[in-house]
Ligand binder design. Structure first.
Ligand SMILES: [Fe+2]
Length: 296
């Protein structure tokens, strides 16, 4: 009987026993790095709303939710469109608000920002030797590369010769470490014509440069105001809804308007040796269901 119980135990737990023997990672794994991705805040100066919604209030609830449930994350990355139109009042509010936030935040700019106004309000944000708001930093789980795709005068993104040189250098310096790449504009179409017209210009140069590195594990992007997954050139790429307004897949579904009030989300990213896990959390739509409470 004892032997039968032991055999049954082994059958129940065989993936773990197997992993113990051969160092496979089939069982629960330790998270080596946890961080938060947020994008497209579209903040307005105090007292102003955008499309009938209040971006500051929605961002406040986002920050409160992260502090409540993910205070153990190492950092946040906010991938552009911090302000809706580069307003100094929006940047002032954001700078002061983030001082009281529990996690360090790495800020990027998008087409709705204004680079010079942003830099004046966030003098501590790293810039490269040419003044672009882009940086790379290393973690034990690899190199994080945050690319500036702002062009100005257009909603499309730019990947000019100076930024190509910078990205080539930063990717080369990663050596054989994993690379986690962040950019506001996607370098590919997502089959929403309105967005596909304003993706990253110079995307052929970007594709060529990226294809020379086989350690790019993931591209995180914003701009499209939707949660999405694209496998591009063999690289996993994910986007997020805006904190304020979204871009509907079908305008006809929202009376022909270009924007919709679908749920905002932030992403919880968990990295370990075996996998990258991304949870898209609709923090503002987490109501209880009608059922008796259960034990955890
Ligand atoms: Fe945006």
């Amino acid at each position: 009987m004892v032997h039968l119980e032991s055999f049954a135990h082994q059958l129940t737990h065989w993936p773990y026993l197997f992993s113990d023997c051969f160092e496979f990672h089939w069982g629960p794994l330790t998270v080596l790095l946890k961080f938060i991705h947020i994008t497209d805040l579209h903040l307005k100066p105090p007292g102003q709303k955008l499309w009938g919604l209040d971006p500051k209030a929605r961002f406040e609830r986002c920050l409160a939710d992260i502090e409540a449930w993910h205070k153990d994350a190492s950092f946040c990355i906010i991938s552009g469109d911090l302000a809706d139109a580069g307003e100094p009042g929006a940047y002032n509010w954001l700078r002061e608000r983030l001082k009281a936030f529990a996690l360090p935040c790495h800020l990027m700019i998008g087409n709705h920002d204004q680079r010079d106004i942003f830099k004046a309000h966030f003098p501590d944000t790293p810039v490269d030797e040419n003044g672009f708001v882009q940086q790379a930093f290393d973690t034990p789980e690899g190199r994080f590369v945050l690319l500036d795709t702002f062009k100005g005068g257009t909603s499309a993104g730019e990947f000019c010769a100076q930024r190509q040189s910078w990205l080539r250098r930063e990717l080369d310096q990663a050596s054989d470490r994993p690379i986690w790449l962040f950019m506001h504009h996607p370098p590919f179409n997502i089959s929403i014509p309105y967005m596909d017209r304003i993706k990253l210009e110079d995307h052929e140069a970007f594709a060529k440069l990226v294809s020379a590195h086989d350690d790019i594990r993931h591209i995180f992007y914003g701009h499209v105001h939707r949660a999405g997954y694209v496998n591009w050139q063999g690289i996993a790429c994910t986007s997020l809804p805006s904190i304020n307004h979204q871009i509907p897949l079908s305008r006809e579904a929202v009376a022909g308007k270009p924007y919709s009030d679908e749920p905002a989300m932030y992403a919880v990213v968990l990295i370990n040796q075996a996998q990258v896990t991304i949870h898209f959390d609709a923090y503002d739509h987490r109501g209880e269901v009608d059922m008796p409470p259960r034990k955890p």
